[in-house]
Design a protein around this ligand. Structure first.
Ligand code: MTE
Ligand code: MO
Length: 383
């Protein structure tokens, strides 16, 4: 693969793999703002960043069972009603390094920052599909049946040199309330090359792998995509399955992400002065489920206190069960007293009362995805 055309990147990013480029921000940088700056937003790639210079000749082709095919230029997409959706994109591999410490897993290692919260601007996928004659859908549909497949222009070794592909159920793609975007802006600016310029899918509440960048085609197909990243990756297996007994077809491709939180104001095993310590981080859940609460333990899980949560820039605390952005994370903060060596723990509860699992062993899986166990920070109290 040719990596000579990569864009410049922020020097403070922590690089997990150079080619393809995979990087995440430092913990403290991530929770310094409610909206993640584009420069510091994690970058997750499976191949070189495509060079798409002449966007006047760019178009996305909508076809497959949709008929046609119809080509939509960027102007066609921009003429559709524009929506701004604040949504957190999280890689299913977030926190993989920690899972690998319990038992080895395969995949790029990530600390706790393989996610970011951005305001995405673009047309709704449901409007683009309606434009080419595919009607809206407003009921909940089963995940079986027809899918909408996104096909990129990038070339991935895993796809045997072909483009990155992923699909979502047709009923979700055509439902305006799912807020799925064909995004051309990120935080009010033209999308950067690293994040899918000129056009990407944003599928809120779903693992990042389905938000395909650098769109080339959108096809309606009979069943879910047969691409590598749907069939041979991003599936969650039980702890009993390893590389010698895996049968990929026994599991469905992962869609929604589960409830998650992590502490970002502290590094594991760091020294602190005895006294008050700030415990701050993020919490989020998939499928449009908001965060109901974040519990913090100052003593390894024996006792708990509830953290303050906020969603907006102006540090507006969320009271009771009122949350404003259903696709976006909440940031949290608590002050705890530390007088001796201890372990600080965070766990979140979502609006359906799903709770993060206590141990990593119980959710270990060979690909190291969806590590959502209680997040623990060991602190050394040093006077
Ligand atoms: N789309 C293409 N075309 N190629 C990719 O490698 N990576 C996916 C998804 N879309 C990928 C892609 C994965 S696994 C994630 S987590 C997100 O993009 C990351 O988006 P970001 O790099 O904008 O943060
Ligand atoms: Mo990902």
């Amino acid at each position: 693969s040719d990596y000579s055309g990569e864009p410049p990147r922020h020097p403070s990013l922590r690089i997990n793999a150079k080619e393809p480029f995979n990087a995440e921000p430092a913990r403290r940088d991530l929770v310094a703002s409610y909206i993640t700056p584009v420069d510091l937003f994690f970058k997750r790639n499976h191949g070189p960043i495509p060079v798409l210079d002449d966007i006047r000749s760019y178009y996305v082709t909508i076809g497959g069972l949709a008929g046609g095919p119809r080509r939509l230029s960027l102007d066609d997409i921009r003429r559709l009603p524009k929506y701004n959706v604040t949504a957190t994109l999280q890689c299913a591999g977030n926190r993989r390094t920690e899972m690998s410490k319990s038992r080895k897993v395969r995949g790029v290692g990530w600390d706790v920052c393989a996610l970011g919260n951005a305001t995405w601007g673009g047309a709704k996928l449901s409007d683009a599909l309606q434009l080419v004659g595919v009607p809206y859908h407003t009921e909940i549909t089963p995940s079986g049946g027809k899918h909408v497949e996104f096909v990129s222009v990038d070339q991935c070794p895993e796809e045997k040199g072909g483009p990155y592909k992923a699909s979502i159920p047709l009923g979700q793609a055509t439902n305006p309330a799912a807020d799925i975007l064909l995004a051309y802006e990120m935080n009010g600016e033209v999308l950067k090359r690293d994040h899918g310029y000129p056009l990407r899918a944003i599928v809120p509440g779903v693992i990042g792998a389905r938000s395909v960048k650098w769109l080339d085609r959108i096809d309606i197909i009979e069943e879910e995509s047969q691409g590598f990243f749907m069939q041979k990756d991003y599936k969650m297996f039980p702890p009993s399955v390893d590389w010698d007994n895996i049968v990929w077809s026994t599991r469905k491709p992962q869609m929604d992400y589960p409830v998650q939180s992590a502490i970002c104001s502290l590094e594991d095993m760091s020294a602190v002065k005895p006294g008050q310590v700030t415990v701050a981080g993020y919490a989020l859940s998939g499928g449009g489920r908001g965060i109901e609460r974040v519990d913090i333990s100052p003593d390894g899980g024996k006792s708990w206190l509830e953290a303050h949560r906020y969603q907006k820039k102006g540090v507006q605390y969320v009271a009771g069960n009122v949350t404003s952005d259903k696709w976006a994370w909440v940031l949290f903060k608590a002050i705890v007293d530390v007088n001796s060596d201890t372990e600080i723990v965070a766990k979140a509860v979502d609006s359906s009362a799903n709770v993060q699992p206590e141990s990593v062993e119980s959710i270990w899986n060979l690909r190291g995805i969806l590590n959502t166990c209680w997040h623990r920070i060991r602190l050394l109290a040093t006077p």
